[in-house]
Design a protein around this ligand. Structure first.
Ligand SMILES: [Zn+2]
Length: 338
């Protein structure tokens, strides 16, 4: 057989096989087929020794050139395939259905706060906000807290440098608003409050309140009771009853704590209401004359009421949450339920 023809045929066959190959594995199989230990070219090189002496140099030279050519072609095809695979990986199919994305949502405390604010907005109140860092004057003095009142105790209040403190309630906003404008005033003020407290199932050093203030001429105790009764029915359901229990706050006189009938047991008693049938949600009262004097109002001309309700205290019975820590630990298993 003509040597040149034989080599040409092998070259053509290898080119054909390489062009058909689509993976590194296939190229490796081609390499083994021709250049492996028992490969076609390897065998031919071994067989040179059986040739006639004058044929050996030419045959050997041509086969070695063929071997190098094949190695080059295999390497070239390998690079081509690597490039194609990378291009395929970069290809993005816009018609493929996407992964499901979870939508975020509001925290239960935020939802409850919004709901409370919404009820009072419908009754003609407007929202006012105040700073978390306060002075002793706004947090205590103007609200008629005597110098030796237990709430001023260093154990209850987070004191900061320069006689500043973290507000222990949202009531300082009452003073800030009354300093700015004259009655009629009808405001609510949601926000964070701080007290030195344990972090347990019913306490947290940070908690949330909504403050309310209504000042005008001839505002009476029955206005207070009516307003908060409407509020309780709006949040806990129309069959909810309210109970006003006498209490003491320095900045209101008379003062009361408001209890709502337990929405779970309808006053029969359950674990949520600690078997009393009632849940305490807020403190309130008629604004103390001393508070009016501290902002320059005439106590004989104006009257009004104020209330401060704990958002956690409303949110917990509303959703059947029995541990306050759950609000602040940000465990998704908890927050995803709302
Ligand atoms: Zn109950």
């Amino acid at each position: 057989m003509n040597l040149k023809k034989e080599i040409e045929d092998i070259k053509n066959e290898i080119s054909r096989e390489l062009n058909l190959s689509t993976s590194k594995k296939e190229i490796e199989n081609i390499r083994i087929k021709y250049l492996g230990r028992k490969g076609i070219i390897t065998q031919k090189l071994k067989n040179i020794k059986h040739l006639k002496d004058e044929e050996k140099p030419l045959y050997g030279k041509e086969l070695n050139i063929l071997k190098l050519t094949i190695e080059e072609e295999i390497a070239k095809r390998g690079q081509e395939i690597t490039k194609t695979v990378k291009e395929e990986e970069q290809f993005f199919d816009w018609t493929m259905p996407g992964d499901r994305r979870w939508l975020g949502h509001l925290h239960p405390l935020t939802t409850t706060m919004d709901e409370i604010v919404e009820v009072f907005l419908r009754m003609g109140f407007t929202v006012e906000l105040g700073p978390d860092v306060e002075t002793d004057f706004y947090n205590f003095e103007a609200l008629n807290f005597p110098k030796n009142h237990p709430s001023r105790d260093i154990q209850d209040t987070f004191y900061l440098e320069n006689n500043l403190l973290l507000r222990t309630h949202t009531s300082p906003v009452q003073i800030r608003v009354m300093e700015k404008i004259k009655p009629p005033i009808r405001i609510i003020s949601p926000g964070r409050c701080y007290r030195v407290d344990n972090f347990d199932s019913s306490h947290s050093p940070v908690f949330h309140q909504v403050e309310g203030l209504y000042v005008d001429e001839n505002v009476s105790l029955s206005d207070l009771i009516g307003t908060l009764d409407i509020f309780a029915k709006a949040v806990f359901g129309s069959s909810t009853r309210t109970k006003f229990v006498p209490h003491f706050f320095p900045f209101t006189e008379p003062s009361a704590e408001v209890l709502v009938s337990c929405p779970f047991c309808k006053e029969k008693g359950c674990s949520t209401c600690k078997h009393t049938g009632w849940i305490e949600i807020l403190g309130c009262g008629m604004v103390h004359p001393a508070v009016y004097r501290s902002v320059g109002y005439d106590p004989d001309k104006y009257s009004g009421f104020a209330f401060g309700l704990g958002i956690e205290r409303v949110c917990m019975p509303k959703y059947g949450i029995n541990d306050m820590r759950l609000f602040f630990e940000n465990d998704l298993r908890f927050t995803k339920q709302f």
